[in-house]
Structure formats: C-alpha cells, structure tokens
Design a protein around this ligand. Structure first.
Ligand SMILES: Cc1cc2nc3c(=O)[nH]c(=O)nc-3n(C[C@H](O)[C@H](O)[C@H](O)COP(=O)(O)OP(=O)(O)OC[C@H]3O[C@@H](n4cnc5c(N)ncnc54)[C@H](O)[C@@H]3O)c2cc1C
Length: 261
C-alpha cells in the first residue's frame, strides 16, 4: 500500500499569534510545529504501515524551512519526504494550495492520501477536500478511526454526538482529526536516518497538469482584508448580596448604568 500524507508547518499558536503591522502573520516571531491534525494523520499511516506494510511519503508545500516537518515525519517513520517550494507559489490561498499539492501528487503512485482536517493557522479545513476534488478521489473527512479491508478503507467519521462508519474504495482521501490517536515520538535512530536521507525538492516545473493562473498569490481568489489577534476580555466584576433579589437588583442597576437596558 502506498500512502501520501500532507503535512503543513504551522506557527505554534499556544504562545499567541503574532501579526505584522500590515495584518499578515509574523511567522518569524513564532515557533513552528507540525500541524496537530497532520501529525495524527501521519500516525494513522504509520499504524497502517505497522499492520499491513506500506510506503509512506510525506509532502509539504512551504518555505525551504518546511524541510523541518518532513525530517520530523521521517524520524517518526515516514519513508520519503517531498518539499514543494517555489517563489511563484507564495501567498497561496486554499484554492492555489490544493491545486499545487494535487499537481505534486499526480507524479506519485498512491492508494491513500491523508491530510489533516484543518491547519491551526489558516483554519479553513478546505485543502483536503479540494485536493480530492482536483484528483477525482472520494473523500472521507473528520476521521476518528481508520481501518483497511481488502481494497477499501472503513472510516469512523466524527459528528458532534455520534459517528458514521463510511466505506470507500481506494484510492481515496481521508482528512484526520487530532483525536484520532496519540502520535508516537521520534526515535534517536530515526532522527539520524531522517537527516541522512534526502528530501526531494520540487518547484513549479515539477507540478503536473496545473495552470499558472491557479497558483500563488495571483491565482488565489481569496484575499485576506484584515487579520487580528483576539481582543483579551476585560476583568469581570463580582457582585455581592445577601439574597437573589438583592443580586438581581444590583445587576439590573449595572445594566442601567451602562445603558444596556
Ligand atoms: C488568519 C488567516 C486566515 C486565512 N483565511 C483564509 C481563507 O479564508 N481562505 C483561504 O483560501 N485562505 C486563507 N488563508 C490562507 C491559508 O493559510 C492558506 O490558504 C493555506 O495554505 C491553506 O489553508 P489552511 O491553512 O486553511 O489549510 P486547511 O484547509 O485548514 O488544511 C487542511 C489540511 O490540508 C493540508 N495542507 C494545508 N496546507 C498545506 C501545505 N502548505 N502543505 C501541506 N499540506 C497542507 C494539511 O494536511 C492540513 O491539515 C488564511 C491564512 C491566515 C493566516
């Protein structure tokens, strides 16, 4: 079985998101990590490899620095890494990103493509299903469990209060949730191997069956007008009183004071 896992290098938003004065993300001021849903998708692929045997290719589109997430994935057990990087691909929205990634995947043999459900920086959850659409593949999103049966996958698709079990013939694309599993750690041997092995680097010229008009900033129909961090909540005020009536009166008084009622 051949599995392609798409991994995105994202800013670690735990320490807060930092913006440039023009509203774009200040990526240089933030640490980067492998997108959590993608790491769970990779772990799912590694478990399929452990169980049935598989070749796993991890693929990322990004700056040359995104090589780091591929090395991390290879240190966890992925077999090959492909970095798609080119100046003309910069500023891509989800449409241009998925067009690029699909153009790269067309060069590969695969039974299964796994992406994360969503990236913690862009947060759109559009790229996985868009890649499937470009490649003409069935897609099962929100996977919380993945099993292989013959030439099909059986996936538990998460809903708020239940799950659906969905079966699809391979090749197909699955989008993974971080709740899918607990990703394994890199092994010391794996880290050495990951840095001994070559990462394949592809540029615009290596993308198959894509048109320049759908790539990079120029090929991106979405424009981000403005982005900002969440405004922190102000300190609350605790009302004191001996009875519910007294507290309600105090609360109504506050609302009147602020002209809310
Ligand atoms: C604050 C902010 C808001 C944005 N809003 C929008 C918007 O509304 N519309 C829009 O089109 N773009 C938007 N973007 C741009 C967005 O970052 C890019 O389109 C991005 O490359 C892909 O979208 P995403 O991060 O939402 O991916 P998602 O669709 O959330 O990602 C799903 C999965 O696709 C795979 N994937 C995504 N990108 C890559 C990659 N570069 N390499 C490998 N795998 C990948 C991963 O497996 C990932 O888990 C926004 C960016 C920011 C910073």
């Amino acid at each position: 079985m051949k599995i392609v896992v798409c991994v995105k290098q994202v800013p670690d938003t735990k320490g807060g998101v930092k913006f440039n004065p023009d509203g774009t993300l200040n990526r240089a001021a933030m640490l980067t990590i492998m997108n959590p849903d993608d790491k769970a998708g990779l772990e799912a692929a590694l478990r399929l490899k452990d169980q049935y045997g598989a070749e796993i290719t991890v693929l990322t589109m990004g700056l040359p620095k995104a090589d780091e997430v591929l090395r991390e994935a290879m240190a966890m057990g992925a077999d090959k890494g492909i970095l798609v990087t080119d100046r003309v691909l910069g500023g891509a929205d989800t449409w241009a990103t998925s067009t690029t990634i699909a153009g790269a995947i067309r060069n590969l043999d695969y039974d299964l493509v796994i992406t994360g459900r969503q990236a913690i920086d862009g947060d759109t959850a559009q790229v996985g299903p868009q890649i499937a659409e470009h490649l003409g593949l069935p897609v099962i999103s929100y996977a919380q469990d993945i099993k292989v049966e013959g030439d099909s996958v059986i996936v538990q698709r998460q809903y708020e209060d239940r799950y659906h079990e969905v079966k699809a013939k391979m090749p197909c694309l699955i989008t993974a949730l971080s709740e899918l599993n607990e990703p394994r750690y890199m092994t010391p041997g794996g880290i050495f191997d990951a840095y001994d092995n070559e990462v394949t680097v592809w540029g615009r010229a290596d993308l198959k069956d894509v048109d320049d008009s759908n790539l990079g900033l120029k090929g991106s129909p979405t424009k981000i007008a403005k982005a900002s961090d969440k405004v922190p909540k102000g300190a609350g005020e605790m009302l004191k009183g001996d009875s519910p009536e007294e507290l309600v009166n105090a609360l109504v008084g506050k609302f009147k004071e602020k002209h809310i009622i």
